[in-house]
Design a protein around this ligand. Structure first.
Ligand code: F6R
Length: 242
């Protein structure tokens, strides 16, 4: 596993955006797996700047997002659909029909099966990931089987507490989500995981040095042949779980 230490979020964003740029330029039909949350925000900012400077064209890019909250309308300001539009999709020339996001409303079980079929026929060239303080990737919480594909999951209290910063109260944070499974994530040719801050140090230490275990879902990445971890010094401390 390659580990790249960066000084700050902006540096991480510029670094990862350049890798994405190469993936887009190297393929006639690049397929990207995308994440939401704080970790990739700077990456999207740099991609938008590249597009505005005519360095990057999203015309032929296809995207698949990792996850979406259950029961949240796409127009809700905390939906991941809304997040992606705000930070990337509405600001570049991507074809809307090439954007794929799991749906958190309607017949979610059926829709998650359909999403899974799409993922299985359209492999990602590059998957961008963040990591939860409990070691989740996408919303695969501790205990999720490594073989799991797209599914509906009950969010850990720790995840809901971490994400309550985006809501008014903890009660407002959805209790469930629809997420790509660990098997879907492992299907990507290349994976980049971005993490910053001390709150991620325990999970990063487990990922890099811990035993492979479903108790820390990110440790499945130890088996992937092409993973790069982009982290700051705070996330690189060998922290104990608190
Ligand atoms: C988001 C996702 C999550 C986040 C993780 C870290 O699509 O799949 O796994 O990457 O919860 O979130 P941040 O980046 O907000 O710390």
């Amino acid at each position: 596993m390659k580990v790249t230490i960066i000084n700050n979020q902006d540096e991480a964003g510029a670094y990862v955006a350049n890798i994405i740029k190469d993936v887009i330029k190297d393929s006639k039909r690049p397929v990207l797996g995308l994440a939401t949350g704080s970790s990739p925000v700077s990456t999207y900012k740099h991609l938008v700047e590249m597009y505005q400077n005519n360095e990057l064209d999203f015309k032929d890019v296809t995207t698949y997002n990792l996850d979406e909250y259950y029961g949240i309308d796409p127009n809700h300001s905390q939906s991941y659909y809304y997040f992606m539009n705000q930070h990337l999709f509405s600001q570049v020339n991507i074809d809307p029909s090439n954007i794929h996001m799991p749906s958190g409303i309607g017949d979610v079980a059926l829709k998650s099966q359909e999403y899974n079929q799409q993922l299985n026929t359209d492999k990602r060239d590059l998957q961008i990931l963040g990591i939860g303080s409990n070691g989740h990737i996408a919303f695969n919480e501790p205990g999720t089987l490594f073989e799991q594909e797209t599914h509906v999951i009950t969010l850990d209290l720790k995840t809901r507490e971490d994400n309550s910063r985006f809501f008014n109260t903890l009660d407002e944070v959805p209790t469930q989500a629809i997420t790509m499974g660990l098997a879907n994530i492992m299907d990507s040719k290349k994976i980049i995981l971005i993490a910053s801050g001390e709150s991620k140090a325990w999970a990063i230490n487990q990922l890099l040095n811990g035993p492979k275990s479903i108790d820390v879902p990110a440790t499945i990445l130890q088996d992937h042949p092409d993973v790069e971890i982009v982290i700051d010094q705070q996330a690189n401390k060998k922290a104990q779980w608190k």
